[in-house]
Design a protein. Sequence first.
Length: 363
Amino acid sequence: MALAYGSLVLMALLPIFFGALRSVSCAKSKNSSEMPETITSRDAARFPIVASCTLLGLYLFFKIFSQEYINLLLSMYFFVLGILALSHTISPMMNRFFPANFPNKQYQLLFTQGSGESKEEIVNYEFDTKDLVCLALSSVVGVWYLLRKHWIANNLFGLAFSLNGVELLHLNNVSTGCILLGGLFIYDVFWVFGTNVMVTVAKSFEAPIKLVFPQDLLEKGLDADNFAMLGLGDIVIPGIFIALLLRFDISLKKNTHTYFYTSFVAYIFGLGLTIFIMHIFKHAQPALLYLVPACIGFPLLVALAKGEVTEMFSYESSAEILPHTPRLTHFPTVSGSPASLADSMQQKLSCPRRRRQQSPSAM
């Protein structure tokens, strides 16, 4: 049990730490097509409502329709997303293994609608030979997951989703982060303690939207089947707030990462407390119940001690680090003028190239 939950904590920390670092480098990119999307206060306020509707819809689907067919459809959907997410994750690492004389050819996938002056670009995706190699390797993991639903393949996809989520979603300021975390705090507590919806969906949903680790690994080896789990939402949501604090540290220009490390330690404390309470009361716990107060409270106490509360809440990530970041004010569409559509597709398929969907889940 200690091995299982210790491994879950370690796996949760990896995408937060590296995702935060990659979010800073992506934010500093001078290429406008590589800019991540920024969550505004309006997005943060309505996110728990959208998440609640989605969760309830999944619960009703599982109650009305056959669980087998729903999971088959979802498996195919996340199979494609998982391959793209994993490919984007391993691409920087794989580039180090390619020799200097590797024949790296450029390709472009272009899909248009209409002809002549009325022609509109629907998809304009550029990639190279190295990307194809990464896609091939990721496809092997995808087929493994699709055929066996093995927990290792599930975790590879889950880690890729989490890393890309922390990297591509940016909060514009601390106030927005508090709104988002506060709303999801209520969301998590209500759906776990108020109903059985969250736990039912988490156990029925056979998709890589959670990290799992077997508690009987030492007894059954890789064929173990008694899993401890952690939803990706409990990683990505606090992770984007921690990444915001890292950018705030950099904006202070003091060559210290005080708020980042404080929130990082707070996350470890909150997750450890979740596991402890869960075993005391023998009931699934909403991880955000403990993570939100820890991730917000600890950095706030540090800011009070250093007299930097005003600087913290007046800091605008989009104004200082992300001068031209597109704001996520509506759901993406596939219509519009050729110029706006091409720009939109470039933003979605560059850095990070592939979009993901994160579904907050129960511990």
